[in-house]
Design a protein around this ligand. Structure first.
Ligand SMILES: [Mn+2]
Length: 436
């Protein structure tokens, strides 16, 4: 018997990959996991008739020759299937793995790896189908497309590649229905998740820790509920913090769940939660502690973050410290010649104590030129209300200013003196650098 399996606790990308593997290996039996991730429950129900998935128990007494594994490369995540068979994955004749988790290492001996660092595993499968010139049904295309959207965060995660977009394009050409994909992707389907969402939102605490904007929330629930992860994602969406930690005390079972999400490479969730016996990825992870923590744990956790986090990049490290300034008593004529020399469209204006008093731009000067007042002092034409940063202004403050104001250069001020300047380009360069 030859089989196709995905990882335990199947999600949308996993299910989509299994369906597509069925086209590449038509005589293989697709075996489903006993566990389904809450986000993928409705796809299994909606497409019950189309999905020809079998349960692992049919493997009892069977001799398994060849196995295709999708969306994982670690034996631990597929061990549930082999509990039914008398032997393990190492005894199988041939194992072919299609996987996109490049950070994981493969512990399945002799396995043939067809892996790629790509947003969705479905996209790897689509590339194979295109190569083999295989077409698929609109229903299967819809299921697969939901997987691509889910694992690429609708093509916004850093891991998304052009191959993911090509895969989506091909799936739509096969008849995938976006209206259904949209429905399948709704993360919060249960009433209990909406309640949880409001409960968590009511208890949000905002902390600025070493320049990072961090949200925390502690809630206590009587027993474990599925789909907490989706609630966390929703709160990330709404609040847009640098990181969010939800601490859930679960009374029944006497345990505490810590779920973390981050939007910054510099806040490594997996590393942070290791201390609590957890793990995951840089941007998402969780820990399960076999002890029921109370609300007071929040203070301890904040303290832990204060000790563990790398300080956020600030204006001080992004700025150029070589700043051109002009004296407030210089004439518009002087200013015009000066700006031309330094090839800038504007610059900060200082008084004789070198304190920042305004900003003059070519546009301000042209007003003086039109009234033939080029010998007037800069101070009578400059803008006095100036947006400034301090050395400690965080990347978040900087982002807010550049997003909301039409200003290209912002002086960094210390003791009223200009010590540097941050430009839009400095900010954009930083964002691009941080994404690498
Ligand atoms: Mn995946």
């Amino acid at each position: 018997m030859n089989i196709i399996v995905g990882h335990s606790n199947m999600d949308l990308d996993c299910i989509g990959s299994m369906v597509l593997a069925g086209y590449l290996y038509p005589d293989y039996t697709i075996i489903r996991s006993r566990l389904v991730h809450p986000v993928a429950k409705n796809v299994l129900n909606l497409y019950k008739n189309q999905l020809n998935f079998q349960y692992g128990k049919i493997l009892k007494g069977e001799h398994i020759e060849k196995v295709v594994v999708v969306d994982t490369r670690t034996s631990n995540r597929i061990k549930e299937y082999f509990e039914f068979a008398d032997y393990n994955i190492g005894d199988v004749e041939e194992v072919i793995i299609y996987d996109h988790h490049e950070a994981d290492c493969c512990d399945i001996e002799k396995a043939i790896l067809k892996t790629e660092a790509i947003g969705a595993n479905v996209s790897i499968m689509v590339k194979e189908l295109i190569k083999e010139d295989i077409t698929i049904t609109p229903e299967d295309a819809t299921i697969a497309l939901a997987g691509v959207y889910a694992d690429t965060g609708s093509f916004t995660f850093d891991s998304t590649t052009s191959d993911d977009l090509n895969a989506a394009s091909w799936l739509i050409s096969q008849g995938a229905k976006l209206g259904i994909v949209r429905k399948l992707l709704k993360p919060m389907k249960e009433e209990s998740q909406i309640d949880l969402f409001h409960n968590v939102m009511n208890k949000l605490e905002v902390k600025k820790i070493l320049g990072h904007y961090i949200l925390l929330s502690y809630i206590e629930i009587p027993k474990h509920e599925p789909g907490i992860g989706a609630v966390v994602e929703k709160i990330m969406d709404v609040e847009n913090p640098d990181a969010f930690f939800l601490i859930v005390g679960i009374v029944k079972g006497n345990q505490t769940l810590i779920i973390g999400r981050s939007q910054k490479q510099s806040i490594n969730i997996s590393k942070l939660l290791k201390t609590y016996g957890g793990g995951g990825h840089t941007m998402a992870g969780s820990a399960k502690v076999k002890e029921l923590y109370s609300l007071s744990f929040l203070d301890e956790f904040v303290w832990y973050l204060r000790c563990s986090l790398i300080p956020s990049i600030s204006a001080g490290s992004l700025m150029t410290d070589n700043v051109f300034t002009i004296n407030e008593n210089a004439t518009l004529m002087d200013a015009s010649i000066y700006l031309e020399q330094i090839e800038h469209t504007g610059c900060p204006v200082v008084n004789r104590n070198s304190e920042l008093v305004g900003v003059i731009t070519l546009r301000d000067i042209s007003k003086g030129r039109m009234s033939d007042l080029m010998m007037s002092p800069v101070k009578s034409y400059m803008a006095r209300k100036v947006e400034t940063f301090t050395i400690d202004s965080s990347v978040r403050d900087i982002e807010k200013t550049f997003f909301s104001k039409n200003i290209g250069h912002i002086p960094v001020v210390k003791n009223k003196k200009v010590v540097g300047i941050v430009t839009r380009q400095d900010f954009l360069d930083h964002i691009n650098e941080a994404r690498k």
